[in-house]
Design a protein around this ligand. Structure first.
Ligand code: SF4
Ligand code: SF4
Length: 434
């Protein structure tokens, strides 16, 4: 396979090639290996962070080509960034991987059709709120249909897996609607996202109630778009930047922190400064935007007075990778759950990726299923009443894990737990998933 050899070595898209300085930071110490889920499952060096970086270096130096095998090793990376969190050399693995994926975008060796379909859907459906609303309506209807279980049984494995993950209890989609209480307090901008807005309406409504319960005046900047995280992870940096610019422009006219209840979105938005670094007219604006972004738990933990709760039930909290590894937020959600009265338990591997990872379950269904199975084993060993997360992809994956394993465990967003605990001082309690 031949391709251009420009300043960026043997990269097909030199303008978006991983930076040689980023690649050079890896000193091959191997401390990241045991943090990497794909290495833990396969035991292969090429399926480890160090191995994937070495492949990129070889291409950079013109000693290797972007073969189907190289692409497959990169595509199997979850982009969970557990490696980045433990790396003593500060290798920016997430940035390297996004730019490696950008090479696959222009010269895919295998799965060309799938890649084109994903790019089309991400750009023209996920990236366009009105079209996404139309596309999500039948999915939401199916998720809440009482007979869905009968249909799921006859679906092929991959479709059945996706169908089982859909949340049944999220009601209508979230729209910019009237509040239950008279707004007061300092302004907080709620980022509503794309999938969260359409499939997790109840999580957003709970988030608004929790923010108001903590004393905020919740505002919604109109015109906000998808954060672009899925586009960046796919290597479509052009659209990731485009969506970032639109969000920056929308929020510039607002005041206060931008609060996000989706770990993946929050991580991406905190890195808009990095995404748009060096882009004339945008770099400084992006930095200013990123400095305003707060995860919901991060913002709540900074409030002087929070209600206590009496949530009845044993709860396990599972770290979303992009909250724990990218944003460094582990303590705050746990402290909030304890304040809400939860009987908080820990499972082994709570911060190991669940295998959701954006579109990973679609592209790498076998590895995703194995990581989901390992989570189900940990849940079965702990027997919690509820599994708590703070990211929509993980939420879907845990719903699938619970249903596949036949566990009677509820899956909740942190905001739903706090909302129940604060609304009902006699105890929010849990309901078993059907
Ligand atoms: S821990 Fe960092 S420096 Fe060490 S091998 Fe992994 S990526 Fe390279
Ligand atoms: S991002 Fe996650 S899956 Fe990818 S190399 Fe790092 S630890 Fe492994």
């Amino acid at each position: 396979m031949g391709f251009e050899r420009g300043k960026g070595g043997a990269w097909p898209n030199p303008a978006e090639a991983p930076a040689p300085a980023d690649l050079a930071r890896c000193v091959h110490c191997g401390l990241c290996l045991t943090a990497c889920p794909t290495y833990l499952v396969t035991g292969l060096e090429a399926e480890s962070p160090r191995g994937r970086i070495q492949l990129a270096r070889l291409i950079e130096e013109g000693r290797a080509e972007l073969t189907p095998t190289v692409q497959a090793h990169w595509q199997s990376c979850l982009q969970c960034r557990a490696c980045e969190a433990v790396c003593p050399s500060g290798v920016p693995y997430g940035r390297i991987q996004e730019h490696a994926r950008a090479q696959i975008q222009v010269r895919p060796a295998v799965g060309r059709l799938g890649l084109r379909v994903r790019r089309l859907v991400l750009r023209q459906v996920v990236g366009r709120p009105r079209l996404l609303a139309v596309a999500a309506a039948p999915v939401r209807w199916f998720a809440q249909w009482r007979l869905r279980g009968l249909v799921e049984r006859v679906l092929p494995w991959r479709l059945r897996t996706m169908a089982r993950q859909l949340p049944a209890n999220q009601g209508r989609p979230f729209r910019f609607e009237g509040r239950e209480t008279e707004p007061s307090g300092p302004p907080v901008q709620l980022f509503v996202g794309c999938v969260m807005r359409e499939l997790f309406g109840e999580v957003h409504r709970a988030t608004v109630r929790v923010l108001e319960g903590a004393g905020a005046r919740v505002e919604f900047a109109r015109g906000q778009r998808c954060c672009g995280a899925l586009h960046a992870h796919e290597g479509d940096l052009e659209w990731a930047r485009r969506l970032a610019k639109e969000n920056i422009a929308v929020f510039e006219g607002s005041e206060g922190p931008i609060v996000v209840n989706s770990a993946g979105c929050g991580a991406a938005m905190k890195e808009y400064g990095q995404l748009l670094a060096g882009v004339p007219g945008w770099a400084e604006r992006a930095e200013a935007f990123s400095a305003r972004v707060r995860d919901l738990s991060e913002w709540l933990a900074g409030q002087p007075r929070l209600p206590r709760g009496a949530f009845r039930g044993r709860v396990v909290y599972q770290d979303a990778c992009h909250l724990a590894h990218v944003q460094g937020i582990r303590r705050e959600p746990r402290a909030l759950l304890e304040l809400a009265g939860c009987d908080l338990m820990e499972t082994e591997g709570a911060d190991v990726c669940c295998g959701a990872a954006g579109l990973y379950g679609v592209v790498q269904p076998r590895m995703s299923a194995e990581l989901r199975r390992r989570k189900a084993v940990a849940f079965a060993a702990t027997s919690p009443d509820a599994i708590v997360t703070a990211n929509p992809g993980c939420h879907l994956q845990y719903l699938g894990a619970v249903r596949e394993a036949g566990l009677r465990v509820e899956v909740l967003h942190l905001a739903e737990v706090l909302d129940r605990a604060w609304r009902d001082s006699t105890g929010g309690g849990v309901r078993a998933e059907g």
